[in-house]
Design a protein around this ligand. Structure first.
Ligand SMILES: C[S@@+](CC[C@H](N)C(=O)[O-])C[C@H]1O[C@@H](n2cnc3c(N)ncnc32)[C@H](O)[C@@H]1O
Length: 416
């Protein structure tokens, strides 16, 4: 942990703007820089101390009182909740996340009218944005403001509002500790690399990104396959309006944005060559997992590929302390489905959805940051560093079927 703790993260003005990205003033930029640095400080410097607290103080006391070490993440949590060091760390982490989201929201809301007008100007008259006023937001999505984002992805302060999406894009920088890249597309770039490496013969004509939001992680695929038709599917109109305007302003004419549900979106069966998602499943529900996987199976063309990028799932080898640390987000960061997803066997779920067992795969990866932009930062920082094994410098280590291998992010999927 100590070799790079003196390195400061890139500043917010290094994030790539675009026509609908809010231009921040001096104080807003300074606030973003402070929050980014604080998130990094918590992740890299303070978080390892939580393990020390557990090993040196909480676990011995628990063993003394109970005659054995805690056997589950719940037992660890109950014991840790009484510890002042854990209390301080958890409170600081929660407040930093909440402040990062509130500050991002404030930047977007201050510009509510200009942002809508800018998005309108780019969206007007295009047939690549398709919204559905009758779509009902799923109850699991309406139940909480995911990761403390005020108003979540879908609420609208004015007609044609895009501020929820602007909030999301701004907040990625501080809450990710500037580790997702200048365009926030490190996940999408990693996925595009993986597709090219692992499926060199795949030449997709139609690509769908389910829960694709503003399309930030979709555009690297649009760049990798410029002749393909790309479709971003999401429930949230503000995300789609903003994402469509963003893509248009960056010159991507081959990306459509469609309001719909991943489990029912109306596309021709067997017509999609590549179906992807990025950080989608952990914000859904058990029902959505099974229904959306089945729908993806029906949409995928013969020879097609389904690929998902997510947080690593738990398997039998995941240490109990790791489980406890990662479930923090469920209790303090409005990610209620996170622990449940960790217990689901996604390989079994893919089989249940109709995919053949021999066609399933998984791998580990981390964000691919544009060379020359955020390096060397990109290779040394991760907010969840304390939760990962040594990443080495390769960034793209492939594993065989079997689940969690300790890399930062998990890629899993199936072919047809
Ligand atoms: C964490 S965000 C990820 C967005 C995007 N993939 C990215 O990488 O930036 C999850 C997205 O999934 C969307 N979503 C949630 N449930 C959905 C569903 N059933 N169908 C389609 N989109 C959904 C949300 O509106 C949100 O935009």
């Amino acid at each position: 942990m100590s070799q790079d703790t003196g390195t400061l993260p890139p500043t917010f003005d290094r994030a790539d703007g675009h026509a609908v990205f809010p231009q921040t003033d001096h104080d807003e930029t300074a606030r973003m820089n402070f929050l980014t640095g604080l998130n990094v400080h918590i992740g890299r410097t303070l978080s390892p101390g939580v393990r020390t607290t557990y090993e040196q103080r909480v676990k011995p006391a628990y063993e003394k009182a109970n005659g054995a070490a805690p056997s589950s993440a719940t037992d660890i949590r109950k014991a840790m909740l009484l510890d002042p060091n854990y209390q301080q760390w958890a409170a600081l982490r929660r407040n930093t996340q909440e402040t990062s989201q509130q500050a991002s929201r404030e930047i977007a809301l201050r510009r509510v009218d200009t942002l809508s007008a800018e998005a309108d100007a780019l969206n007007d008259g295009r047939n690549t944005l398709s919204l559905d006023d009758n779509l009902t937001i799923p109850s699991y999505q309406a139940a909480v403001d995911n990761h403390l984002m005020p108003g979540s992805y879908y609420t609208e302060a004015v007609d044609g509002d895009v501020t929820a999406a602007a909030t999301y894009e701004i907040s990625l920088f501080p809450i990710g500790g500037a580790s997702f890249g200048a365009k926030g597309d490190g996940g999408g770039r990693a996925m595009a690399n993986f597709v090219r490496d692992r499926f060199p013969d795949l030449n997709p004509k139609r690509i769908v990104d389910m829960g694709g939001g503003i399309g930030g992680n979709t555009l690297p695929l649009a760049a990798a396959f410029p002749d393909a038709e790309i479709i971003v599917v999401d429930t949230a109109a503000p995300m789609l309006r903003y994402g469509h305007a963003r893509a248009q302003s960056m010159g991507y004419g081959n990306v459509s944005f469609v309001q719909g549900l991943a489990e029912t979106v109306d596309l021709e069966p067997g017509s999609i060559d590549l179906i992807v998602s990025v950080m989608f499943w952990h914000e859904t529900s058990t029902k959505t997992v099974s229904e959306a996987l089945a729908h993806m199976h029906s949409l995928l063309a013969p020879g097609g590929v389904m690929l998902h990028l997510e947080q690593p799932n738990f398997d039998a080898a995941t240490p109990t302390f790791e489980r406890f640390m990662r479930d923090w987000d469920a209790y303090y960061n409005n990610e209620p489905f996170w622990p449940k997803l960790h217990t689901l066997d996604m390989f079994q779920a893919m089989e249940d959805a109709g995919f053949d067992k021999e066609n399933l795969f998984d791998a580990g990866t981390e964000a691919d940051i544009e060379p020359g932009r955020f390096q060397p930062w990109s290779t040394i920082v991760t907010r969840h560093r304390h939760e990962t094994k040594d990443l080495g410098d390769t960034g793209r280590k492939l594993s065989t079927l079997g689940g969690y291998k300790g890399e930062r992010w998990w890629l899993f999927g199936a072919t047809r």
